[in-house]
Design a protein around this ligand. Structure first.
Ligand SMILES: Cc1ncc(CN)c(N)n1
Length: 217
């Protein structure tokens, strides 16, 4: 197994809980109540703030330009089409401006922001890539079984699926896993332990984030 496969296999039960979470199943079926989707998107937009900073830090510490280009291109998707999706969904769901720019953060969002900030501040590319990989790979896992979405599924559900599935997103995850595998091979045992701990923390937090969203609203 590759290092990324081994890391994921160590958390297979939690990974499956994310991939088949009732929140994502309701989202894909179009039955997710608007208040729950709004809660999730408000918290996730705050998550995206930390994610963009973490990705930018990873770009700044990547071993080479070639290693950083795919992440820089992915960052353009997040700050482009994905950011536009958030604005359109907020408008549809009548999310107040204050909740878009300065929401009250749930404990799960704060915990995720803390992990991303710690990984970025560490200056260690391997730790940054470990967290980024969990975030995108776990989303590919839940979204893929629902792609393509039903043609009549409203955009606020359908586009959240298509942003996280399909060949373009699969290539992003393959790139991140390749970076994680290479960083792992370069890392000494102490750094590997930190990468492992960050990977585990990120998996726990992804699940906790969906659990909180499912109970919200
Ligand atoms: C919490 C979380 N994790 C991952 C993703 C996928 N970018 C997201 N939007 N939100």
């Amino acid at each position: 197994m590759t290092p990324s496969q081994t890391l994921r296999a160590a958390h297979s039960a939690e990974w499956e809980a994310i991939a088949g979470h009732p929140f994502t199943i309701a989202l894909a079926g179009g039955s997710l109540p608007p208040a729950r989707l709004a809660w999730y998107l408000v918290q996730d937009y705050a998550f995206i703030d930390g994610f963009v900073r973490l990705a930018a830090s990873a770009i700044a510490t990547a071993p080479s330009l070639a290693d950083s280009v795919p992440l820089a291109q992915f960052l353009a998707v997040i700050t482009g089409p994905e950011n536009t999706y958030f604005q359109r969904a907020f408008d549809l769901l009548d999310v107040p401006r204050a909740d878009r720019v300065a929401p009250r953060l749930a404990p799960q969002t704060k915990a995720f922001q803390a992990l991303m900030a710690e990984a970025a501040a560490s200056g260690e590319y391997g730790r940054m890539i470990a967290v980024l990989t969990v975030a995108e790979w776990s989303y590919l896992s839940w979204a893929t079984p629902h792609n393509p979405p039903a043609p009549d599924l409203p955009f606020q559900f359908a586009e959240w699926i298509t942003l996280h599935a399909g060949p373009g997103f699969e290539a992003v995850v393959a790139y991140l896993r390749g970076q994680l595998d290479a960083a792992w091979e370069r890392a000494d045992p102490d750094l590997r332990a930190r990468m492992q701990a960050d990977f585990a923390r990120a998996v726990r937090l992804e699940r906790a984030f969906f659990d909180a969203a499912w109970q919200a609203g």
